[in-house]
Design a protein around this ligand. Structure first.
Ligand code: PEP
Ligand code: MG
Length: 294
């Protein structure tokens, strides 16, 4: 019997043989929160916070403006988790007020965690906002574009500063908030064993991991025919990362576009991936696929 998508709401993501996997959703706007609820996702696996930085030209979002949005997501999801990725600016996502002088390779340039570590005040403001919102739900923090253990240490140091400030101010926050990293560079794959010791979870960003592994700009239209997310190098990398993170007993998800590709679902489940995070509209089709696997 074919289950309609609507009937899958409230059901588990379980295969015929009883293997379970979480299906969370990716969001990139306030409006997406409603879509996540409507599609019955198990949580928000990737909150792309960049939109907050892009919506008011010439101004950075204040701590309070950010806090309101993170709190909205945390409260809407209740006990379900919300993974807020700190600003992954640069590349194709640049706020108007941020100057980045003529880069020849913006995708390989001033991006993600590099900007955050360089602009510590801006970074700390975001971390304070996330921490404050963590008192209202199940928030987690994730750092993008990681290539080294030192970057993780640097980011955690700023997080500790933000926590110390809030404590001093007697502001409530989740002291045990989980911290994770995106695995989206080949370097991060190669040091995934070391990184797994430093964090609580990984999320594989297959969009960037594909472009950096295959040396193919994900925005270059001339390369669309060559861009192959099924490349054996990618599949091997995902397997390596999954094994390394599980050796440390930590959690792994995939949040790039490949997570929603139902040709890959069985492979991901066999690998032991704990969670797939996809666009809200893809949650139920993916649940349907999982429930059909024998
Ligand atoms: C990715 O790189 O796969 C990812 C999920 O992050 P973004 O697409 O926002 O770069
Ligand atoms: Mg990415």
């Amino acid at each position: 019997k074919v289950e309609t998508l609507e009937r899958l709401k409230g059901k588990e993501n379980v295969t015929q043989s009883g293997q379970k996997i979480d299906v969370c959703a990716n969001i990139g706007s306030r409006e997406d929160i409603e879509r996540v609820l409507r599609n019955d996702a198990n949580g928000i696996g990737l909150f792309r916070s960049e939109f907050l930085y892009m919506e008011s030209p010439g101004k950075l979002p204040t701590e309070d403006q950010q806090f309101q949005v993170y709190k909205l997501a945390a409260e809407a999801m209740g006990t379900k988790k919300v993974v807020v990725r700190t600003a992954d600016l640069g590349g194709d996502k640049l706020p108007e007020n941020m100057e980045i002088a003529g880069e020849n390779n913006p995708m390989m340039g001033y991006r993600g965690i590099r900007i955050s570590l360089d602009k510590e005040e801006m970074f700390k403001t975001q971390l304070r906002a996330i921490l404050r919102a963590s008192a209202f739900g199940n928030l987690q923090i994730m750092f993008p574009m990681i290539t080294s253990v030192e970057e993780v240490a640097g980011a955690k140091k700023v997080l500790e500063k933000a926590k110390a400030e809030l404590k001093e101010e007697k502001t409530a926050f989740d002291e045990n908030i989980k911290v994770g990293v995106m695995i989206e560079t080949p370097a991060a794959v190669m040091i995934s064993g070391e990184l797994a010791r430093e964090v609580d979870f990984f999320s594989i960003g297959t969009n960037d991991l594909t472009q950096y592994t295959l040396a193919m700009d994900r925005t270059n239209r001339k390369l669309t025919g060559y861009y192959n997310a099924y490349h054996p190098a990618l599949v091997k990398m995902i397997r390596i990362v999954t094994n390394n993170v599980h050796l440390e007993g930590k959690h792994i998800s995939i949040c790039g576009d490949l997570a929603a590709d139902t040709n890959m679902t069985e492979t991901f489940i066999q690998m032991g991936i704990d969670e797939l995070s996809v666009a809200p509209g893809k949650v139920l089709p993916l649940r349907k696929k999982i429930r059909e696997i024998r």
